[in-house]
Design a protein around this ligand. Sequence first.
Ligand code: FAD
Length: 461
Amino acid sequence: MDALERILSDERVTDRAARSHEPGGRCVIYRMRRAQRAHDNPALETAIAVANLLRLPVVVFFGLLRRGRAANLRHYAFMLEGITDTAARLERRGVGFVLRTCEGGYSGPEFAAFTREVRPAVVIADENALRGDRRWNREARECAPAALWSVDADVIVPGHLLGKEHFAARTIRPKIHDRIDEFLHPIGNRVVGVKWNPRRPPASLDPLENLLATLRIDRSVAAAPAFRGGTAAALAALKRFIGGGLHGYAERRNHPELDATSRLSPYLHFGHIGPHTIALAARDASVPARDRDAFLEQLIVRRELAANFTRFNPRYKSLASAEPWALRSLASHRADPRAYYYTVRELENAATHDHLWNAAQCQMVSSGWMHGYMRMYWAKKILEWSESPEAAYEIAVALNDRYELDGRDPNGYAGIAWAIAGKHDRAWGPERPIYGLVRYMSNASTSRKFRSREYIEQWEK
Ligand SMILES: Cc1cc2nc3c(=O)[nH]c(=O)nc-3n(C[C@H](O)[C@H](O)[C@H](O)COP(=O)(O)OP(=O)(O)OC[C@H]3O[C@@H](n4cnc5c(N)ncnc54)[C@H](O)[C@@H]3O)c2cc1C
């Protein structure tokens, strides 16, 4: 087996659209999408390995949409801080970086033009378990003149190896644990053999403010100053967490009034840091096994269960993604009277009777991130106060995607499906109004589990 064949047989390389490279090719393109980082990135490392074998340089292509569909200023500012950091790191490694702003809803035409300019031998794309991204990869394949391979750089066990939608954490956990030793190891960050010549074509990264100013995006949601985008900021957050919050994580993670979780979700969402880097740091930390295991369960099993949900269930943005038992149960309580009913506007403005819920909504709107324990309560109350479970699901997705920096992510869709539609959960008796057999959370019991007064005082406006 030659070296290229060996790379292709690596199970991380999902899409072997064509087995050979384009003989006259002048470079290897890495079409960067979700894994927006220069280190510990299996897709970039595959591109470098192939380029080194072919004695070619690597150039990264990043298509920036001028018109974000669901993303707003908050998301764009964070993403572009990350891209600036990543471009500088790529340059230091001898990898080219070309950003092109794209007029349409996809970067297909700009990518096609770029491939005509640089004539790639091979194109590598990273994967995203969301529906839209698979469409983008198909488009890239159609317009790339060379072979296109896609690599899952977003998770530890590549998503396609799990084969189908899994029912719950208990069914996916053994599959992940069976293969974790194979995939959880340092990514390597190879030395680049042939450096990219930046004059051909010129890199086109404008200063951040210029770029942001030219975009036709929703500017009504402000940037989130508590989170700075980029790999440097992500590594600093990881260091803080490993040195502090990880010790005691098992106990403290469900305390929203404490700052005990990693807050790495926005960085994971934009790929500024990868799960390998985080998992290896946690695995090697000197903390009690209980804390380490609890954290790795969230980072690997729960996160990869969420990616599995969106990869294999195309209805993840609606209630229709639920299991039959939950759909039946919610339907039989559709007509139950609601003690409270709120419009989207009232929810968005945190204008409910429930101070704990309002505090969670305010935390999300003002800081761009809500504590995980509160996210469960937040979504369940939207079910209780909306006219139907379908409407509740839609409202929760819209608010979550608009305000959370980590929104528009498999974790968000899986979290909402869990809270509103019992996804990855089981039926919980006794049957209750509105919820049916979907697990219920009350204000009284949720408030008692932590110092909720402190949380309300901190966040409710
Ligand atoms: C209704 C609802 C909505 C959610 N929306 C999102 C979202 O939009 N984006 C998002 O990234 N997460 C979402 N989550 C999952 C989870 O709440 C957040 O990932 C977590 O709170 C982020 O904080 P952290 O990084 O400090 O987490 P930590 O506790 O430090 O965990 C580390 C990482 O593990 C992963 N993780 C933790 N909890 C979960 C979980 N329950 N499911 C899947 N992965 C998990 C995340 O990637 C997280 O960054 C949602 C959960 C619910 C119930």
